[in-house]
Design a protein. Structure first.
Length: 54
């Protein structure tokens, strides 16, 4: 699964880790995140993320 990076603050969403502090289990693909999920670092929405080059 592909990592996604926040274009505002640089936070990297890694599907292998998920976002457990916000109820997102490890193994959750970026595409499967809820529409109202926001960056845990700066609070922007999914529309401000792009696929990581890594």
């Amino acid at each position: 699964m592909k990592k996604y990076v926040c274009t505002v603050c640089g936070y990297v969403y890694d599907p292998a880790e998920g976002d457990p502090d916000n109820g997102i289990k490890p193994g959750t693909a970026f595409e499967d995140l809820p529409d109202d999920w926001v960056c845990p670092e700066c609070g922007v929405g999914k529309e401000d993320f792009e696929p990581s080059e890594d």
